[in-house]
Design a protein around this ligand. Structure first.
Ligand SMILES: Cc1cc2nc3c(=O)[nH]c(=O)nc-3n(C[C@H](O)[C@H](O)[C@H](O)COP(=O)(O)O)c2cc1C
Length: 371
């Protein structure tokens, strides 16, 4: 592990299991912020907004590394004005086996991974050598606590937001064996209702993880997302709904996604991108993550910055062309203030960083200082 990385202990400890992180985290500067036990105070007048809710700066952490209210509260105290509560489900759901995170090392000189590149199928080197600019792979399987546990905790998380800060709940539907499509749609609506009961002001529905089977993403079926969004909207009424999307290469498919959701008045924004799927190999070319069905895993961090920016600009172009109004939350490879600025230029209304924030607890403060 390089010296540089060792000095900045990630608030989610990749050397511990998900369960240990859930029980004992956050770590590093986030843990210190919690121990200080101070309120998140802000002298700022909210100048920005997220889905119509005023916030100091529409920058924060997307669904994933903030496992519970201790993590989200620490994020608020570290100046991240948007803290997304890791995607919850209608039922308890186990985590993939440890390890869940590895460092990845794309071949290109600038460390980027382009969607469609042969390297994604040939194999990307993955190990425990974390370097800057940071790129990792994460393989969790979207674990969730039972609603009896996450509902009261999400309530606490919402209450801990300081002035000009917003807790953003993430949720998704669960596909279980023998379920009909109608039951699958209904599970999304049920989960959205459970989230709304916690007092959520906004919510993000995840359609970007392989919940449709091995490497099959819900967001690749825009018409089904449209039907699900309608069922969710019937349940949550006026609460603004954002849909989390993976990288969608085809403009026609992306436009169909917008029309079947925003066009029908059910969705107010998109958060994009999630990880880019790659075959991960060790130095000997063998499967890097142990276990069946884990030959491929999602890459995030610096490597996917270009892909995230591309999705955001293409969504912004569709917004312009269609005359439909929706918010764009830019995610993917934001590790410096310059990356934040690039997303804003590409048309993002708000920006979030998962990997970058994990390895740099001061990222929000650095971005604020750069403005
Ligand atoms: C540790 C970790 C866990 C994640 N879990 C989720 C999740 O539960 N739901 C989700 O929609 N995205 C999840 N993501 C994806 C992030 O929200 C984000 O879309 C992706 O990491 C790209 O952003 P980044 O390059 O800033 O990391 C996770 C990411 C990380 C690093």
């Amino acid at each position: 592990m390089s010296q540089d990385i060792q000095q900045s202990e990630p608030f989610y400890d990749v050397n511990r299991t998900y369960e240990d992180n859930y029980e004992q985290g956050p770590f590093g500067a986030f843990a210190e912020a919690l121990q200080r036990d101070e309120e998140a105070v802000s002298a700022e007048t909210p100048a920005d907004s997220f889905l119509g809710v005023p916030v100091n700066l529409a920058f924060g952490i997307p669904a994933g590394p903030l496992l519970n209210s201790r993590f989200t509260t620490a994020a608020f105290r570290m100046g991240f004005d948007l803290a997304t509560y890791k995607t919850v489900r209608s039922r308890a759901w186990g985590c993939n086996p440890f390890p869940n995170v590895l460092a990845v090392h794309p071949r290109s000189a600038d460390g980027s991974l382009t969607p469609g590149s042969p390297e994604l199928d040939e194999g990307v080197l993955a190990d425990t050598n974390y370097e800057r600019p940071i790129s990792i792979s994460n393989s969790f399987g979207v674990p969730s606590q039972d609603p009896d546990l996450w509902q009261p905790d999400m309530f606490r998380a919402i209450a801990a937001a300081g002035p000009g800060q917003l807790l953003v709940p993430g949720f998704q539907g669960s596909r279980v064996e023998g379920m009909t499509e109608e039951e699958y749609i209904a599970d999304h609506a049920t989960t959205a209702r459970l989230v709304k009961e916690t007092g959520a002001k906004v919510m993000v529905m995840n359609t970007s993880c392989p919940n449709e089977g091995h490497n099959v993403l819900l967001c690749h079926n825009p018409l089904l997302v449209g039907r699900i969004a309608e069922a969710v909207k019937n349940e949550i009424g006026d609460t603004p709904l954002m849909v989390k999307l993976a990288y969608i290469p085809d403009d026609a498919a992306l436009e169909l996604m917008v029309r079947s959701t925003v066009g029908r008045g059910t969705v107010q924004g998109f958060s994009t991108i999630n990880t880019i799927s790659a075959r991960l190999v060790d130095a000997e070319g063998r499967q890097a993550l142990p276990g069946k069905g884990r030959d491929r895993s999602g890459v995030c961090g610096h490597a996917i910055r270009g892909a995230g920016l591309d999705m955001v600009s293409r969504l912004a172009a569709i917004r312009e062309k269609s005359g439909l109004d929706f918010a764009i939350n830019g995610v993917g490879g934001v590790v410096t203030p310059d990356d934040f600025a690039a997303y804003k230029r590409a048309g993002a209304d708000s920006v979030m960083s998962a990997t970058g924030a994990m390895w740099d607890a001061d990222l929000a403060r650095k971005i604020k200082a750069s403005l």
